[in-house]
Design a protein around this ligand. Structure first.
Ligand SMILES: N[C@@H](CCC(=O)N[C@@H](CS)C(=O)NCC(=O)O)C(=O)O
Length: 373
């Protein structure tokens, strides 16, 4: 991994198909990552502490940021390492839509097929009977008591979906072309479960050899470079990253660090690295100036309900507000206004409630604004 790629931590367990989707994407992108093994059933205290309540698998952690749901996780990985791409330029919408179908319709049919009594017995062959019972009860509670599809119905649907995939692979190596995309990884993981976790039921795949060959191709990417990590280490990483985040406004960092130290979330000697201390509005303004001056950063890129007159007033008010904190600016503004003799249009005066202004304060404000319209 290059030094500017942050630590990627995946919280998962080996048997999880959705985790296999992400592991395969990590392999495709040849990323290095830290692996935290989490429980497959509740309770999961460390997981819910990190997510704030979400219990599903997998979750992705980058420093103090936690990403739930594999659709989002894949977006984040694409952002971190854009090549090789998961979202083909010309087919982004199609790829996402096909992935969504695979993560839902295909997944549920496949899992109902995989967990028919023969499959469940194979999955829990080595486990204690209580483990199988706990798993069944946990998943039934997750489904809100709703039954799984009947195995016969699930098998019929699964077969028909496998044929659809085979059709797509007739003249190309991957579902949408010659390179894998998000749709391939989404369709792969439920089938991976059938093939590797319930081989007693894997015969269903043999009538679509093109699908098996495609699975081999996806499997050959591997899982990337894995390093073991404990859940305690991941919680510590989260705590240690909190104040170092480059996104925190530097004006609030000292107070945040003080609070985090008081609550034992940060080491008493922690100091925000110098490179994050200049995260100030002025710094952003300076960086963006060339584009603002070239008129490439409109104030309201998505449009505004304000009229042109109102926009002009807002600009003048902003200038005035800024000047009140900068005495020399205020002085030159005042000189310009009082000697310029410019009048504010009546429509503006009315809009600001200054049309009938007689007090000294209102008269000064009206003059100051008029000079800077
Ligand atoms: N839409 C979610 C679905 C994740 C999901 O259902 N994962 C299963 C494991 S494959 C799960 O969370 N099972 C319960 C658990 O692990 O606690 C995603 O894409 O991440």
């Amino acid at each position: 991994m290059t030094t500017d790629t942050p630590d990627i931590v995946l919280h998962h367990y080996p048997l999880s198909p959705f985790a296999e989707k992400v592991r395969a994407v990590l392999g495709f992108k040849q990323l290095a990552w830290k692996s935290v093994i989490i429980p497959a059933v509740l309770p999961k205290p460390d997981v819910v502490a990190l997510t704030g309540g979400y219990r599903k698998t997998p979750i992705l952690q980058i420093g103090r940021d936690i990403y739930c749901d594999t659709a989002l996780i894949c977006d984040v990985l694409e952002h971190l390492k854009p090549e090789p791409a998961l979202y083909p330029a010309q087919q982004k919408g199609l790829a996402r839509t096909l992935a969504q179908w695979a993560d839902t319709t295909l997944f549920w049919a496949a899992m109902a097929y995989n967990f028919q009594p023969k499959g469940a017995a194979a999955v829990f062959a080595e486990a204690a009977p209580e483990a199988a019972q706990a798993f069944g009860a946990d998943r039934a509670a997750m489904r809100g008591g709703a039954p799984r599809q009947f195995p016969g119905d699930a098998a019929a649907a699964y077969k028909s979906y496998l044929r659809r995939l085979a059709d797509m692979l007739e003249s190309q190596d991957y579902l949408l072309g010659e390179a894998p995309c998000i749709a391939d990884f989404a369709a792969y993981h439920p089938l991976w479960f059938t093939r590797s976790q319930v081989p007693v039921l894997a015969d269903i795949l043999s009538s679509t050899p093109a699908v098996l060959a495609w699975m081999d191709r996806l499997q050959s990417f591997g899982h990337g470079h894995i390093q073991k990590f404990s859940s305690g280490e991941s919680v510590a990483l989260c705590a240690a990253s909190s104040a170092g985040c480059p996104l925190h406004d530097s004006r609030f960092q000292d107070e945040l660090v003080k609070q985090a130290k008081a609550h034992g979330k940060l080491d008493a000697h922690y100091q925000v690295p110098q490179r994050y201390r200049n995260n100030l509005p002025q710094m952003l303004e300076d960086k963006l100036r060339p584009w603002s001056e070239a008129d490439l950063l409109p104030d309201f890129p998505f449009g505004t309900d304000l009229t042109t007159d109102e926009l002009q007033i807002v600009r003048a008010l902003k200038k005035l507000k800024h000047a009140t904190n900068h005495p020399t600016e205020l002085l030159s503004l005042a000189l310009k206004s009082f000697w310029g003799g410019k009048e504010m249009p009546m429509a503006y005066q009315e809009r600001l409630g200054l049309a009938d202004a007689h007090s000294f304060r209102d008269t000064v404000v009206r003059r100051l604004l008029a000079g800077n319209l």
